[in-house]
Design a protein around this ligand. Structure first.
Ligand code: HEC
Ligand code: HEC
Ligand code: HEC
Ligand code: HEC
Ligand code: HEC
Length: 349
């Protein structure tokens, strides 16, 4: 990650510290505002219209006062390179960029040279045919069949493989490649995970549309159709791209043409904001153990508008607050004195 000095960041009065004081303050301010608004209502026959969040399609502002702009959309990130070569160079080859890739000779790290791996009474065979990578393994009916690898998932210390099984479903294979010891291994050894077990790769618990892809792509939508029981999932790009952290960039690109007076140069968030929560909650969307409340999220909204983070339980955290296996950093970091003093992820990463 690039390191930069905080320059001219504005603060928003949204700090999580001292909640009671802030609540009281907010109540007083709100009361005062209502009083003022009430007086205004009597004095003015026609109140001025407030700034619209999105412009009405017919409204034509007289001259460049671009306060109101349509919600930004995701763009092709190849365009960022021309003007931000330093950031693009830092990001190229990062685990963020490589978090999910098309399966091909450059991206697949596992050994697919006709090798067999046996575990949990199931045999999985890895092979290549032309440019494609194949596994032969028991499917949902317990019978061995050929499945083509669609995507690589993760980069180190292990790599997993996603398999497309029809109806838009991507499933995460339970046999993974250990990139350090260079060997195949089972993710749930000794638990008797055969095709009848809920942890089997063919089961809903290993469905990547629902369980995985959101954090390994940019601009993901599950698009689950409950009536048809199918997925039509979409993403803007594979891997964690610029817009996964900065948010959709279409308004920014427009701004680079006109250079008007646009807040955060067209982005919905300023990750350099003095209030560290803005950045920390951007990372926490993926670096926290949490359940999604809907399909996707909105950059600039608070974390808990879109997600329900897990609480610190004995099963997930060590007694001193350190994470156990797949828990991610956010929950522990919130307990630290660093967080309390305004330290943020990008101070170290
Ligand atoms: C035509 C040139 C151009 C292109 C293309 C461009 N930017 Fe920028 N960007 C700028 C300029 C100029 C600034 C302002 C730099 C400054 O203030 O130091 C900027 C600022 C930014 C900032 C900082 C915003 C802030 O609030 O301080 C981010 C983040 C950013 N760009 C991301 C992107 C991303 C992501 C893309 C690709 C989708 C992109 N830019 C494409 C020119 C460009
Ligand atoms: C869209 C989801 C997403 C967001 C947002 C995100 N990350 Fe990540 N991050 C990931 C994933 C997925 C990986 C692991 C990629 C892999 O190993 O294939 C990762 C890996 C990392 C790593 C380890 C990378 C390495 O090279 O060893 C660090 C450190 C990290 N992220 C920090 C951050 C910080 C700091 C932020 C916020 C500024 C952030 N991430 C935002 C998904 C995300
Ligand atoms: C909440 C966001 C999130 C979800 C959901 C998610 N991942 Fe990740 N994944 C990450 C992050 C963040 C990392 C980086 C490692 C870390 O933080 O310890 C990562 C890393 C990985 C890695 C690289 C190895 C490693 O441990 O670093 C693999 C493989 C992986 N994830 C597979 C999956 C699979 C399979 C699923 C679905 C069953 C999944 N992930 C769901 C965020 C997520
Ligand atoms: C993992 C999250 C993450 C990703 C991915 C990411 N950024 Fe950033 N970026 C940040 C954070 C956090 C900051 C502010 C803190 C800092 O400066 O380090 C930032 C700052 C910036 C700035 C402002 C620098 C300045 O000094 O004003 C630009 C420009 C930028 N990023 C462009 C990009 C581009 C282009 C990409 C894609 C190639 C990208 N970023 C990918 C998190 C991210
Ligand atoms: C005070 C410095 C500091 C801060 C602040 C910090 N980290 Fe870290 N982080 C570290 C160190 C040191 C490691 C361990 C590196 C290692 O063991 O190789 C680490 C490890 C990680 C890893 C695992 C990398 C890997 O290779 O497995 C991720 C992901 C990560 N941090 C994300 C975050 C996020 C997200 C935040 C903000 C919520 C954050 N960190 C805040 C210092 C920091």
């Amino acid at each position: 990650m690039p390191k930069h000095k905080n320059k001219a960041a504005e603060s928003t009065p949204d700090s999580p510290s001292n909640p009671t004081g802030r609540l009281l303050f907010a109540v007083i301010i709100a009361t005062l505002l209502m009083a003022v608004a009430g007086i205004g209502w009597f004095l003015l026959s026609s109140t001025p219209t407030p700034v619209a969040l999105a412009p009405a399609p017919t409204a034509q502002p007289a001259q460049a006062r671009p306060v109101a702009m349509a919600a930004a959309t995701m763009v092709d990130e190849v365009q960022c390179q021309g003007c931000h070569s330093a950031q693009v160079k830092d990001w190229q080859g990062s685990h963020h960029q490589l978090a999910m890739q098309d399966a091909n000779a450059d991206t697949v790290l596992g050994d697919f040279n006709n090798v067999s791996f046996k575990a949990e009474n199931e045999t999985t065979r890895f092979s290549r045919k032309d440019d494609a990578f194949w596994v032969n393994t028991p499917g949902i009916d317990g019978r061995n069949a050929d499945f083509k690898v669609a995507y690589t998932f993760g980069i180190a210390p292990l790599q997993q493989y996603l398999i497309e099984v029809g109806e838009g479903r991507l499933q995460a294979l339970g046999v993974a490649w250990d990139t350090e010891k260079h060997r195949w291994f089972h993710l749930y050894p000794g638990q008797g995970v055969n095709f009848k077990n809920p942890l089997h790769w063919s089961k809903p618990s290993q469905n990547a549309n629902f369980m995985c892809v959101e954090c390994h792509t940019t601009g993901f939508k599950r698009n689950f159709d409950a009536a048809k029981n199918t997925f039509d999932s979409q993403w803007n790009s594979l891997g964690v791209g610029c817009q996964a952290c900065h948010g959709p960039a279409s308004n920014h690109l427009e701004w680079t043409q006109k250079k008007g007076d646009l807040i955060h140069q067209g982005f919905d968030v300023d990750l350099k904001d003095k209030n560290a929560t803005v950045e920390i909650e951007t990372c926490a969307r993926c670096h926290a153990r949490r359940a999604p409340l809907g399909d996707g999220y909105t950059v600039g909204k608070r974390l808990m508008d879109d997600y329900l983070p897990s609480t610190l339980t004995r099963e997930l955290y060590a007694l001193d607050g350190k994470i156990k296996d797949e828990v991610f950093e956010h929950g522990s970091f919130l307990q630290s004195k660093m967080f309390d003093k305004g330290v943020r992820c990008s101070n170290c990463h």
